[in-house]
Design a protein around this ligand. Structure first.
Ligand code: ATP
Length: 876
């Protein structure tokens, strides 16, 4: 048996395909389900200039192999002296770390044996076999297989507080050293398999934390590629590095490498439905490969992806194909093939995206550091002794830091090197903060069902209502040299798309402004009249390399925020201040650059807000964005502050059973916290700019949330003594609808919202205890089974009420039997709008009308489902 080096020399002497005929025949013979047969040398000869499409699968495989051989020959000389022959390998396998000193690591520098080798079906446990001894083949236990055993013994899914990376690192490093010292892709694959096999988020995070810890301690230089590969990306969105692989490249690779023909490829795909799973099945069935795989390293795979993305121009297709083929060829075993292909398809399907990764990184760096680093760590044993809530606090603090950094500078290339140096600490926030020409992740608005809910949520606060334009969000960066970059909502670079905006910047930049980061909505407009055009019009604008003279669709930037000014971050300043700077320091250019139209208001201005909302929708805006202006509540508005949610809280029913998320799952408690949770979780709303957060300090009210602004005309029937400063008044007040069939009034909700102090006062006088308008006990025609009110009103008034939504209630009996046999309906966030002096109680809303509104609401199943889905855009 010749050494690999000698065999290569032989191959390179001849332009014919390598001496692999028997094995190739066997390989293709298998594919055709025919018995192996000999192929003559003449048959093996490949015309290197022929058109690839004319070749049979076998010929193509030979052609590629010949090309690879030529390529490999270029590096052969360098390696010849350092390569041991197969016999040597065989002899030295027991001593892998020693041997590793001689093994080069660079991609493509394989210099391996050209003997095709047989690969057993169960690639995990069974050693690779180079044919059979005595038949010009060699039986060999591969180093990779030994490592597979180590990898499969790592309990990655154990709690990080008991997991000890040092137990495995020595062995792993020994095996990595045999292949150049870099952490193997097998390790990552092992982790992917575990993550893929569980639904438990805790297990997924634990597995990732433990993987990261092994890498941090064992091969920190592989951490960055590990993070990229685990998050299924190779660069941040604003750096355009696209793999640019069509599906055909992957199927070609499967054909080239695994010996599948079109028919069997299609059959497999039809059976399993995922390209990665096809690769898994194909690799499982494969007995031989054309060349010995060079075990994949995490770094190597990442570099191959970057190479694919960077390869452009003539012939790039073939070069990319070669890299893809090699990756698949070098993948040891079915699982590696599956994840390589999924990575190439950019659909990893392991559910470990941004948020999970950031959490895992924050925990990993609390417990592990690379050799040579001296930042402080937490002792896992000590952490294990903490009470659950204290441990949560430790984890959350670290998480917050890492997430805040990534929100301001969303690039692992920036984050990871600094973390390797200083771990998770406050300094990270400074070293990895806001920077010009790097987009921060935008602040997002929480959804509200309608104006009423918005007004309830923002009681006691000054807020700004802004038109919500229907265009494209733009983040504009400008440095003191005047260089401009523009980013999209999803952080893609779109400077080339808007040369007209770039040209506008010098005009809008006031005298005192050197550098800035500003946000606004780009909207297609009529340049002469300023009339807004639809989003569709904007969407028709060219995307790339737009030349300023050729712009056909004019746009206006409606600016709404300023996050950075003259070298200083404004994120921590309240919105009122940021807005003042924006409007004070920049200059409007008619129909090209202006501010979003806005009014300032409070919850007491419901009429004005409604008018503003209508004016927004009249000019085809989507609705309004409502933003808190100051960090602190307005003390003058405290009289209107009521404990929001309380009205529905005590008796609020769970959401109707029909409500599902857009993913078809029932909403979990986490998605829709109980009123009690809402109470305890309530935090003061700040007016700061919070990158990547969806908070109630920005609320969206869209016109399509409710097609009609449905209100109910209800009858006040009872009251309770108010608490605290409301002690002299009736608050809450019980309201009922009418059941025309039975003639009874059915209680719907308690309301404490929308009343002014003067209203409360007048109301108390009208319904004074023992006065003419109150009753000594509950009238028989009023149906209410909840707690006893302090006073019963003589039903006589009609009040118009707004509300957020209608819920099925175990307490209220309104409309009982119409939507549920044993439950009635109630309102969430009921809010008093006005007295309907023009209506008598016989004109109050009926139970039937209420049930109809509930059905309409359920048909729409609006708003919140979408928010749950947005939570996944973190990509998971
Ligand atoms: P989100 O961007 O909140 O994830 P989404 O993509 O569904 O949600 P919308 O619900 O339509 O978008 O609302 C948010 C978007 O509205 C912003 O991203 C921004 O592009 C746009 N917008 C228009 N006017 C304003 C404004 N005055 N303030 C903030 N955003 C505005």
């Amino acid at each position: 048996m010749g050494t690999p080096a000698k065999k290569r020399k032989l191959n390179s002497d001849s332009k014919a395909s390598p001496a692999t005929s028997r094995s190739l025949d066997y390989f293709f013979g298998k594919q055709k389900q025919d018995p192996p047969k000999a192929v003559s040398n003449a048959e093996q000869a490949i015309d290197h200039n022929c058109d690839i499409s004319d070749l049979t699968d076998e010929q193509l495989a030979r052609k590629l192999q010949a090309e690879w051989d030529q390529e490999d020959d270029a590096t052969k000389e360098m390696q010849e002296n350092t390569k041991a022959d197969a016999t040597e390998i065989h002899a030295e396998l027991a001593d892998l770390p020693e041997r590793s000193k001689h093994t080069p690591a660079s991609e493509g520098a394989d210099g391996e044996a050209q003997e095709p080798y047989e690969q057993p079906n169960d690639t995990k446990a069974t050693p690779f076999v180079f044919g059979a001894k005595g038949k010009n083949t060699l039986s060999l236990q591969s180093a990779g297989t030994a490592e597979d055993t180590i990898c499969s013994n790592i309990t990655f899914d154990e709690s990080p507080l008991t997991f000890d990376p040092s137990k495995y690192i020595k062995d792993l490093q020994g095996h990595w050293a045999a292949e150049g010292g870099d952490a193997s892709y097998a390790l990552l694959t092992r982790c992917f398999v575990l993550v893929n096999s569980t639904q438990s988020r805790i297990k997924i995070v634990d597995t990732l934390v433990n993987l990261l810890r092994v890498i941090i301690e064992g091969d920190p230089s592989s951490l960055l590629p590990t993070v990229w590969l685990s998050t299924n990306a190779i660069s941040p969105p604003y750096i355009s590095l696209e793999l640019g692989l069509g599906g055909s490249a992957i199927s070609k690779a499967l054909k080239n490498v695994c010996g599948l023909d079109n028919k069997s490829l299609k059959a497999l795909y039809d059976k399993v439905g995922d390209a990665g799973d096809v690769a898994f099945e194909a690799k499982k069935k494969q007995s031989f490969t054309l060349r010995k795989p060079k075990p994949l390293s995490i770094k190597g795979v990442y570099q191959s992806l970057v190479k694919i993305a960077n390869t452009q121009g003539t012939g790039s297709g073939e070069i990319k194909q070669r890299v893809v083929d090699r990756l698949l060829q070098d993948a040891r075993g079915a699982e590696e093939s599956r994840y390589i292909v999924r990575t190439l398809c950019q659909h990893l399907r392991i559910g470990a995206v941004k948020t999970t990764m950031l959490i895992a990184l924050s925990r990993a760096f609390l417990l592990s550091r690379p050799p040579g680093a001296d930042f402080s760590l937490r002792n896992p044993q000590e952490l294990a002794k903490l009470k659950k809530e204290n441990l949560v606090e430790v984890w959350s603090k670290a998480e917050e830091i890492v997430k805040a950094c990534f929100a301001k500078r969303p690039n692992y290339n920036d984050l990871i090197p600094i973390m390797l140096e200083i771990g998770v600490c406050d300094e990270l926030l400074i070293r990895c903060g806001l920077a010009l020409h790097i987009p921060l992740r935008p602040m997002l608005g929480s959804i509200t069902r309608d104006l009423s809910e918005m007004l309830t949520k923002l009681q006691g606060r000054d807020f700004s209502c802004e038109y919500k334009y229907d265009g494209q969000r733009a983040q504009v960066h400008c440095d003191d040299q005047g260089k401009v970059t523009i980013f999209s909502r999803h952080l893609e670079l779109m400077t080339d798309k808007y040369p007209d905006l770039v040209a506008l910047i010098p005009k809008i930049r006031g005298e005192g402004v050197s550098s800035f980061i500003m946000e606004g909505e780009v909207v297609a407009v009529d340049q002469n009249t300023g009339d807004l055009k639809t989003f569709q019009t904007l969407a028709n604008r060219a995307r790339k390399d737009v030349v300023i003279g050729s712009v056909k669709i004019d746009v206006c930037l409606f600016s709404f925020d300023l996050m950075y000014l003259n070298g200083e971050s404004l994120l921590d300043r309240p919105f009122r201040e940021r807005r003042e700077l924006l409007r004070g320091l920049f200059t409007e250019v008619p129909n090209q650059f202006t501010w979003v139209k806005s009014i300032d208001a409070t919850s007491q201005d419901s009429e004005t807000v409604l008018e503003f909302f209508k004016s927004a929708t009249d000019i085809k805006c989507e609705g309004i964005m409502v933003k808190i202006l100051d960090n602190l509540p307005n003390p003058n508005l405290q009289s209107e502050v009521i404990e929001e949610n309380d009205s529905a809280a005590p008796e609020a029913a769970p959401p109707p059973p029909t409500k599902t998320t857009t993913k078809g799952k029932k909403k979990s408690a986490k998605d829709d916290p109980s009123p009690a949770e809402k109470k305890t979780r309530r935090k003061p709303l700040l007016a700061t700019y919070e990158p990547d957060k969806r908070l109630d300090s920005w609320l969206k009210v869209k016109k399509d949330y409710s097609t009609t602004f449905d209100t109910l005309d209800l009858i006040p029937v009872a009251g309770w003594h108010g608490q605290g400063r409301k002690a002299a008044w009736w608050s809450p007040i019980l309201l009922a609808c009418r059941n025309p069939e039975s003639g009874s009034l059915e209680a719907v909700c308690k309301c404490i919202s929308g009343f002014t102090d003067s209203f409360y006062k007048a109301n108390k006088e009208f319904y004074s205890q023992d006065g003419p308008n109150t009753l000594g006990s509950k009238p028989r025609y009023v149906e209410y089974t909840g707690g006893h009110p302090d006073v019963w009103f003589e039903p006589q008034e009609v009040w118009e009420m707004a509300f957020a939504d209608i819920t099925i209630s175990p307490t209220y009996t309104a409309a009982i039997g119409l939507v549920s046999e044993d439950r009635g309906l109630s309102l969430r966030f009921p809010r008093f709008l006005k007295k309907r002096d023009d209506k008598g109680i016989e004109e109050a809303s009926t139970n039937d009308f209420l049930a109809g509104l509930w059905r309409k609401q359920e048909e729409k199943a609006p708003g919140p489902g979408k928010e749950v889905q947005d939570e996944g855009d973190e990509d998971e």
